[in-house]
Design a protein around this ligand. Structure first.
Ligand SMILES: [Cu+2]
Length: 150
């Protein structure tokens, strides 16, 4: 009986470490400019990623009040309503409606020379889904956007 229990315990340990080894954080970098542009039009998340670590950099010089940028991820169909609701939310709320469930992940709004890094689990995405990232600073989302593929 004792032997059987030991074997079961070892099997559990192996299973647990196996799951841990499969975790993979994939790093993504994207920059926003003083010309109201992202430097990438597309981000591809590899199928074996379990977590995304995204860093947004502002490569310009203008302050957040004038040329602030954030990186917001939502389903493509939700971009327009999320951006519209964010207009009145203000800089302090990163131009996003508080606790907006349509937002999958987002950085804060940053100004020239600043950066912000966030992490989110890939389990929030559905394979083959239509996702778009954009900047929710007023007036930016029509130009500052790109496709996220998974
Ligand atoms: Cu922007």
């Amino acid at each position: 009986m004792k032997v059987i229990q030991s074997i079961a315990a070892v099997s559990l340990l192996v299973a647990a470490s196996g799951a841990f080894a499969a975790d993979k954080t994939c790093k993504v970098e994207i920059a926003g400019t003083d010309q109201m542009q992202f430097d990438k039009k597309e981000i591809v998340i590899a199928p074996d990623c379990t977590e995304v670590e995204l860093t947004l950099k502002h490569s310009g010089k203008l302050p957040a009040q004038a040329m602030g940028h954030n990186w917001v991820l939502s389903k493509t169909a939700d971009v327009a309503p999320v951006a519209t609701d964010g207009l009145t939310a203000g800089l302090a709320n990163n131009y996003l409606k508080k606790d907006d469930a349509r937002v999958i992940a987002h950085t804060k709004i940053i100004g020239g020379g600043q950066s912000d890094t966030i992490k989110f689990p890939v389990s929030k995405l559905t394979k083959g889904g239509a996702y778009t990232y954009f900047c929710s600073f007023p007036g930016h989302s029509s130009i500052m956007k790109g496709v996220l593929k998974f």
